[in-house]
Write a protein that binds this ligand. Structure first.
Ligand SMILES: Nc1ncnc2c1ncn2[C@@H]1O[C@H](COP(=O)(O)OP(=O)(O)OP(=O)(O)O)[C@@H](O)[C@H]1O
Ligand SMILES: [Mg+2]
Length: 423
């Protein structure tokens, strides 16, 4: 910046002098330059006025009754509001020691009496230019700070959008998978189910037919052998029916889990969602985890069901994984490791619903607790966890204006508490 370009018009100059003649001369010289002048006829008044008017520079007479210039200067330098203001002493003193005293008190320069117009202008102008440069630097620093704040905000918005994209991609692929599963498995499974039931009926009929064929006088041993031959066949058909019923239930759970209209707000019974999610997860952890479910029959909530199911799924799978982790640690020192327990409870609390998912798994270190909701943070082996489950869940809970909090003790387990507004 070229200093000649600096416009100092309107800069505030305070003149402190007890002699009216001097005050008038200084005022006259400075006013012509377009500065705003504040006059204080004593040190006491200067100390009162300066913090209120915040001048850009102060011209301070040294010899004054009451608080003299040097003491006034010291006090101004001690006050936080005025400590930065440059002070030029106006004095008849020319001794070097006097000048040094002035610098020691906090002054930046001297104007000598008798007052010369040119000297006043050059010194005031020079120091005001420095003030102006500081101001410009400060403004650019603040602008930079603002810019960096905005950048941080934009960065966060990009990460949020990325998370949402990952989430919607996950949901989309899960939706496709589900409808595929529903179609591809449900139909053939229905054939199996219906055929097994028909087979059961046919077998009973065949049994009766053979008994009739054997006649009324049939040998007891022959009839017994019929029963022995037919019993395992009936057993096999029962197993086929049970298996296909389980397949049908899994497909049904998958359907509830994804709900094809994922983007719409819907009134749903949260407890149904939790049950179906637990049923989906349970089979993967049969030997590892026991579930204790404490839910009322119905708690209706307006929400995005598919997304909320994803939160339940992430939290329940994490709880089961933590139990498995605890067990594999214990397995190295103990011959038998007990199954873990995941306890899921849900209750209405005023205008909200509180769902807790508690596990007696491995728990978390302080570092994990701090980074838990960060995208891509995982303690699982490569390929076992992407570290997105909780960050996505957190986003979904926020979208529902809810809260997701955690308490955890290393070696003891964790409790996740999900609070969702119910109206
Ligand atoms: N119930 C829990 N007990 C102990 N640690 C947990 C629990 N839930 C989450 N964590 C820790 O938080 C980390 C992040 O969890 P998050 O669900 O975000 O990712 P992830 O489970 O590792 O991978 P994925 O993307 O497959 O869910 C986990 O790796 C684990 O260290
Ligand atoms: Mg997870």
């Amino acid at each position: 910046m070229n200093h000649d370009d600096i416009d100092l018009t309107g800069y505030k100059v305070m003149v402190v002098d007890d002699t009216p003649a001097n005050m008038d001369i200084l005022r006259g010289i400075l006013k012509d330059q377009g500065y705003r002048i504040f006059a204080a006829p004593s040190g006491e008044l200067a100390l009162e006025i300066a913090p209120k008017t915040l001048p850009d520079i102060i011209l301070l007479d040294i010899m004054m009754p009451g608080i003299d210039g040097l003491e006034t200067c010291r006090r101004l330098k001690k006050m936080p509001k005025t400590s930065h203001i440059p002070i030029i002493f106006v004095t008849a003193k020319t001794e070097m020691q006097d000048q040094l005293d002035g610098f020691a008190a906090g002054g930046v320069d001297y104007i000598h009496k008798p007052i010369h117009r040119e000297e006043v202008l050059v010194r005031v102008h020079t120091h005001l230019e420095i003030v102006a440069l500081f101001k410009a630097q400060d403004a650019s620093f603040r602008a930079q700070e603002k810019l960096s704040e905005e950048l941080t905000k934009k960065n966060k918005a990009i990460i949020d959008t990325q998370q949402q994209l990952v989430q919607s991609e996950k949901m989309a692929s899960l939706g496709t998978l589900t409808s595929g599963v529903a179609h591809e498995i449900n139909n053939p499974n229905n054939f199996v189910h219906v055929s097994a039931q028909n087979l059961q009926v046919d077998l009973t009929r065949l049994n009766k037919f053979l008994i009739a064929l054997a006649g009324d006088n049939a040998d007891e041993a022959v009839l017994d052998s019929f029963d022995r031959q037919f019993a395992p066949l009936h057993k096999h058909i029962e197993m086929i029916t049970e298996g296909s019923t389980r397949i049908r239930d899994i497909v049904q759970d998958l359907r509830v889990f994804t709900q094809l209209d994922a983007g719409k707000l819907k009134d749903i019974n949260v407890c149904d969602c939790i049950h179906s999610t637990v049923n989906l997860v349970r089979t993967n952890y049969l030997k590892v985890v026991e579930f204790v479910i404490d839910l009322p029959p119905e708690l209706v909530l307006q929400c995005y069901p598919a997304q909320l199911n994803q939160v339940f799924m992430n939290l329940i799978v994490n709880a089961c994984d933590a139990i498995r982790q605890r067990q594999s640690h214990q397995a190295s020192t103990q011959p038998e490791v007990a199954r873990g327990t995941v306890t899921i409870a849900c209750k209405a609390l005023g205008n909200s619903i509180e769902i807790t998912i508690k596990d007696d798994g491995y728990g978390m270190t302080e570092q994990t607790k701090n980074k838990l909701f960060e995208p891509f943070y995982t303690t699982k082996d490569v390929g076992e966890g992407s570290g997105l489950g909780l960050s996505i869940s957190y986003g979904i809970v926020q979208k529902h204006q809810g809260q997701l909090t955690v308490e955890s003790k290393l070696g003891k387990g964790s409790v996740f508490t999900l609070t969702l507004p119910s109206i």
